[in-house]
Write a protein that binds this ligand. Structure first.
Ligand SMILES: Cc1cc2nc3c(=O)[nH]c(=O)nc-3n(C[C@H](O)[C@H](O)[C@H](O)COP(=O)(O)OP(=O)(O)OC[C@H]3O[C@@H](n4cnc5c(N)ncnc54)[C@H](O)[C@@H]3O)c2cc1C
Length: 460
């Protein structure tokens, strides 16, 4: 329960209708899309930067945790109020403030849903490339705070590559602007990038200036299957240094293919790996030329089968297996953890092999799919969360997965962030000096540790 005086002060800032401590809201705010949960004392919907500033000033004076929240689709417990406090819901700040095709940018409030911006940009033939799979619901504020990415990462990068500037409210309530509307700037420290991916621990983003791209008007799609993982892995790295960059290069591992066959009528060949490639551009000739290079590489690496889509409908059919992977796997056991370890491209096959060995070692089912083109795979660990033995084995398998990614020269997370789930593993990836610098930045900017406390191992 929130202290009566604080509750009155919050209502004074946001109005009665934008304050909640009802059980149903408190329970909803205690979760995101991860396995973590913890209840806050209350939630507030902010409608302006000034309100965010007033809320933070109050919370900072009183030492109350504040957890910024977009749509709550995070997969690592990032928006879970680990230490209680106030959930600061930004979803009502959902206006697209400006789209300037002349300047190639969009200015948005943080609560704008990714898909809403996509829809607005499409009218002018433009798009915002990061394309997270959760784009129909996730907010752009959440995308910025987690540096979200998606299937097109290999060619187009992640959210970080498109943020030109931000308006941010600091933990003490000060309002700051970073970056500019120019396409490039080397002016001072890159404060914009400090906030991108900071998981709501350094400031609350209240306005975002994004670079946008002209939408490619042509695509070519092809698929190849491989009996041997090593062949698929070699094909991936050869494609990525062949001189063209496919817009999509996805991989499905055997366990995922088997699960899809058991739960759909797709009747996929049960092979070690399936690769799905898409090239994009502005003429069909251009994308077909790129795709021919991809197909040549598939053919040089002992594929069992190679298929190129001859029509939009055939392309959709090739995409079906990849698109169904997450949902099919999510239904197999009562619980799952979706990891997002990322390795250098040439190590994708080693990662897949390592995942299989880890699954066998711990006697647990792990099905893998993901973005081979940027080395970001999603081993999905399937387990029964009501069985303490399976929970233990899931945790041990996760720990081994993280160690494997680091041993291969990779990272704990290429998409879903650290939050609560991966906080215990931060020191596997970052040395003591780097951890110390991160903790010093947090302490300097948020000395009372009110913003999203308990995340990213920042408390040492
Ligand atoms: C089915 C599914 C598919 C997914 N696919 C992808 C994918 O393809 N790629 C990918 O990268 N992720 C993916 N995710 C994870 C998730 O959708 C992303 O992390 C997304 O960016 C989170 O946005 P959100 O609005 O839900 O943020 P939330 O979950 O509400 O918050 C996430 C973090 O951002 C902080 N935050 C939110 N808004 C602000 C703000 N305005 N200022 C400061 N901090 C803020 C929160 O405090 C929290 O730390 C997926 C999740 C699901 C459930």
């Amino acid at each position: 329960m929130m202290d009566k005086k604080i509750k009155e002060a919050l209502i004074h800032i946001v109005g009665e209708k934008n304050y909640t401590d009802s059980l149903i809201d408190i329970v909803s705010y205690s979760y995101d899309a991860s396995e973590h949960s913890h209840r806050p004392s209350c939630g507030v919907w902010a409608e302006s930067t000034e309100q965010v500033s007033e809320i933070l000033k109050l919370a900072n004076r009183k030492g109350i945790p504040v957890i910024p929240r977009g749509a709550g689709t995070g997969l690592s417990g990032m928006a879970v109020p680990a230490k209680g406090g106030i959930v600061l819901d930004l979803s009502h700040m959902n206006k697209i403030l400006k789209i300037s095709i002349e300047d190639r940018l969009a200015i948005v409030q943080p609560g704008v849903v990714y898909a809403a911006l996509e829809k607005a940009l499409a009218l002018d033939g433009f798009f915002f490339p990061p394309d997270p799979a959760s784009g129909k619901v996730a907010t752009l504020g959440g995308n910025v705070a987690t540096n979200a990415g998606g299937v097109k990462g290999a060619k187009y990068g992640t959210t970080r590559d498109y943020v030109l500037g931000l308006q941010v409210v600091l933990p003490d309530g000060q309002i700051m602007r970073t970056g500019s509307k120019a396409m490039k700037s080397v002016s001072g420290y890159d404060l914009t990038r400090l906030f991108v991916g900071s998981e709501g621990t350094l400031g609350v983003v209240t306005e975002i200036t994004l670079k946008i791209n002209p939408n490619p008007t042509a695509t070519s799609t092809a698929m190849a299957t491989f009996d041997d993982l090593a062949d698929a892995g070699r094909a991936v790295s050869q494609i990525m240094y062949s001189g063209i960059i496919p817009s999509v290069l996805e991989i499905l591992g055997r366990q995922t293919i088997v699960a899809i066959n058991q739960n759909t009528d797709l009747e996929l060949p049960e092979v070690d790996a399936m690769l799905l490639a898409e090239t994009d551009g502005y003429t069909q000739q251009e994308t077909d030329f790129q795709m021919q290079k991809v197909i040549d590489i598939f053919r040089r690496n002992n594929p069992k089968e190679v298929k190129q889509a001859g029509s939009e409908k055939e392309a959709e059919d090739l995409w079906k297996a990849r698109k169904s992977a997450y949902a099919v796997l999510a239904r197999i056991k009562t619980h799952f953890v979706l990891e997002d370890v990322t390795v250098p491209m040439a190590r994708v096959a080693d990662l897949l092999k390592g995942v299989e060995a880890i699954a066998e070692k711990h006697g647990i089912q792990i099905a893998t799919f993901g973005h081979a083109g940027d080395g970001n795979l999603h081993p999905q660990i399937l387990y029964d969360g009501y069985d303490p033995d399976q929970v233990k084995r899931m945790e041990a398998a996760s720990a081994d997965l993280f160690q494997l990614a680091i041993d291969l020269g990779g990272t704990l997370t290429g998409e879903h962030g650290i939050g609560l789930s991966k906080a215990p593993y931060m020191t596997l990836e970052h040395d003591a000096v780097a951890m110390d610098v991160m903790r010093s930045i947090k302490k300097m900017m948020d000395p009372n540790n009110i913003l999203n406390p308990g995340k990213m191992a920042l408390e040492g």
